[in-house]
Design a protein around this ligand. Structure first.
Ligand code: SF4
Length: 683
């Protein structure tokens, strides 16, 4: 199936115009039985009148119907069934975890007793009842069977309980099963120790680091975090207790103080207001847990249609407000991102997701775009605020012209529907997400996405930005122009003279922090945000780029916010790329370069470091192991974050400690209670 053949005589173009969507909507309504159809029509007439629990029930009743409808429309019933089957095939693992591992085994064998168990003996005892070594799925099936026949399964259950306790508590058991889900328990939360650091002193400066065993090797600028696979994400979805049933889904609506009714705060004073979009998280997780992959994504899209730009490694307000406050919260962003990826990986997955952003019958307030209003809005800035606003304005029937200061590289008109001159062209459906995907290390910055493009590092898959861009760019009501500086190329008065009815400025309000100290502008001192932007805009990290973005080790990043964290990781990753590129060019140019004394010093340092890295790569290749680049970088001074207060006071820690932990995993050091007084320049 390489050509898109939509059911019921629909053409691909119909999915992009309101008349087509109206027909689709009517067909979906027709497909529903009573009283569901009447309930949905009533909900549309008065969406605000629905109580949250009633709305949740209606969404949950409709989502499976929508899933079947979409699978049939796109002719992917078999693939959608297979995807659903992959969800349900894993269900015994989560059931066994809840009913047996957590409720029975963990209680029957005390942690101290389990830590003293002999792994070989425990495994041999279990081996008398089922095949070993233990596979999680097989263990779960066997245990659930024995639980259903306790009269005959008692001895086997006892052996399984001892094995489970060993896997949970014994270091060897944890080493064997720690990467799975069955024998992993949520940890208790100590807000003052969310990251298990240790202090090491170097050159007289103590700094927090992760223990060696927790460090991870990073090479270059490929995506550093693939996120959870289906099994791990479903483990989180099954961990959720679906609080919408009690109307207490604090992840979506915020965690309230029982006495005052106001939002509660963390111990660090961060308000627990939940998801800013009030996404129907609980309902999404229930649908995902039950195997309705398309239904789960459609539920996300009710409140968060541009979910490609949220989720894992982007936001975590929901997770902070999860009802689990004393133990690990449900990792909602991972589940949300998995929900999107699972659909995107289906044939025509991009088109299905794209359709959900224009037509979503689970969204009772705005199931499809309103008729054209004739109004035009100028949106200034194409970062997350600008592109989200543009989307909602179009669904409200307005035309949008969006401008951004960055030059926006054109995409192929057959994909985007627009050529370089802005003329509209027919575009083709995307069958396979792989054709949109680019390797982050080789990707050319496209200019769309504002801070999401130049401020976010390769911790996040920027292919999602291309998806968001296509969601907007393919729509006839949308025009996008790059390289336009509002207030320069185009002013407010001009915008109104040109006929815009509204101007929305979504160009960012934050100013970089300037540290007032002597020699703050000396060579070698950079604003962190400038460094990140230069790294992205110039493409300096790409091997074929001739951009000159020079850094030397050691690097000290001053600050405690997420920009400091990103700057630290990216400078550490960039340094070896920089010196290796330098060495390659030096060899090509045969060294025939006349340098000043200062240049010669820097060049000598770069060449020595690059040769050391090259030698290490050769050694590692011969030994069949990963090169120990991190150790070399550390010997040359590495990267240290210097913050004026403690780690636990840093905004990066209080708002998103996972990002700090991920940075420390790459070998970043965090020095507390250090304030810069001055930059001392040589000579
Ligand atoms: S994610 Fe947490 S707060 Fe939200 S429904 Fe699940 S358990 Fe409840």
């Amino acid at each position: 199936m390489t050509e898109l053949a939509l059911a019921d005589g629909f053409r691909f173009e119909d999915l992009y115009n309101r008349d087509g969507l109206l027909r689709l909507d009517a067909l979906f309504l027709e497909s529903l039985d009573e009283p569901l159809r009447a309930d949905m029509e009533a909900a549309r007439k008065a969406p605000g009148a629905l109580e949250p629990k009633a709305e949740a029930a209606l969404v949950l009743a409709l989502a499976p119907k929508l899933e079947s409808f979409l699978a049939r429309l796109f002719g992917i019933e078999a693939e959608a069934d297979a995807l659903s089957g992959r969800h349900t095939a894993l269900a015994p693992v989560y059931r066994c975890k809840r009913l047996f591992v957590q409720r029975r085994a963990a209680r029957a064998v005390k942690p101290e007793e389990a830590a003293a168990l002999d792994g070989a003996a425990v495994e041999a005892a279990l081996g008398a009842h089922m095949p070993v070594p233990v596979e999680e799925e097989a263990f779960s099936e066997a245990v659930l069977g024995w639980l259903g026949d306790e009269a005959n399964g008692g001895e086997a259950l006892e052996a399984a309980a001892r094995y489970a306790a060993w896997a949970l508590h014994h270091p060897e058991g944890r080493a064997r099963h720690g990467r799975g889900v069955l024998f992993r328990q949520p940890g208790r939360i100590d807000p003052f120790r969310l990251i298990d650091t240790e202090v090491r002193t170097e050159h007289g400066t103590p700094a927090l680091e992760l223990p060696e065993a927790r460090l991870r090797r990073r090479e270059g600028f490929a995506l550093t975090d693939d996120g959870m696979d289906l099994k791990a994400a479903l483990d989180q979805a099954h961990y959720c207790i679906f609080c919408h049933n009690q109307g207490k889904d604090s992840c979506a609506r915020g965690l309230r103080d029982r006495k005052t009714g106001a939002f509660a705060n963390t111990v660090f004073g961060v308000e627990l207001a939940g998801c800013p979009l009030e996404e129907k998280i609980s309902e999404m997780q229930l649908l995902k847990a039950e195997g309705f992959a398309l239904g789960a994504l459609a539920t996300v899209c009710i409140d968060n249609p541009l979910c490609a730009a949220t989720g894992h490694r982007i936001c975590n307000d929901c997770m902070k407000s999860c009802i689990y406050q004393k133990q690990d919260p449900v990792d909602i962003p991972q589940v949300e991102t998995r929900a999107l990826k699972d659909v995107l990986e289906l044939p025509w997955g991009f088109e299905i997701y794209s359709l959900m952003t224009r037509w979503n019958p689970l969204n009772f307030a705005r199931p499809l775009p309103l008729p054209e209003t004739g109004r035009q809005v100028l949106v200034v800035g194409l970062g997350p605020a600008g592109f989200s606003l543009a989307h909602h304005l179009m669904n409200d029937g307005h035309r949008v012209v969006a401008v951004d200061g960055l030059k926006i590289e054109p995409l192929a008109p057959a994909l985007s529907g627009v050529d370089e001159a802005g003329a509209r062209h027919p575009f083709r459906p995307v069958r396979d997400m792989a054709e949109l995907r680019e390797d982050l290390a080789e990707r050319v910055m496209a200019g769309f996405g504002g801070v999401a493009e130049y401020g976010i590092t390769v911790r996040w898959d920027k292919n999602f930005l291309k998806i968001v861009r296509l969601l907007l760019e393919r729509r006839a009501a949308f025009t996008m122009v790059g390289g336009v500086r509002f207030g320069g190329t185009l002013g407010l008065d001009e915008a109104f003279e040109w006929g815009f009815d509204h101007v929305a400025v979504a160009a960012g309000a934050g100013r970089p922090t300037h540290v007032p100290m002597p020699n703050a502008l000396a060579p070698g001192v950079r604003m962190a945000s400038d460094f990140l932007m230069a790294l992205q805009l110039t493409g300096a990290a790409r091997t074929d780029s001739i951009a000159n973005l020079q850094i030397r080790l050691p690097v000290v990043v001053v600050g405690g916010g997420l920009t400091a964290i990103d700057t630290a990781t990216e400078s550490l990753a960039y340094y070896p790329v920089q010196v290796e590129k330098f060495l390659t060019r030096y060899e090509v140019l045969d060294g025939g370069v006349a340098w000043t004394e200062e240049e010669a010093e820097v060049a000598g340092e770069f060449l020595a470091h690059a040769r050391a890295i090259r030698a290490e790569r050769a050694r590692a290749a011969a030994a069949g192991e990963a090169p120990r680049i991190r150790e070399l970088l550390r010997a040359w001074g590495g990267v240290t974050i210097a913050y004026r207060r403690r780690l636990i006071d840093a905004p990066s820690y209080t708002l998103n400690h996972e990002e700090v932990a991920k940075a420390l995993e790459e070998g970043i050091r965090f020095a507390e209670c250090l304030s810069p007084l001055a930059v001392e320049v040589d000579g």
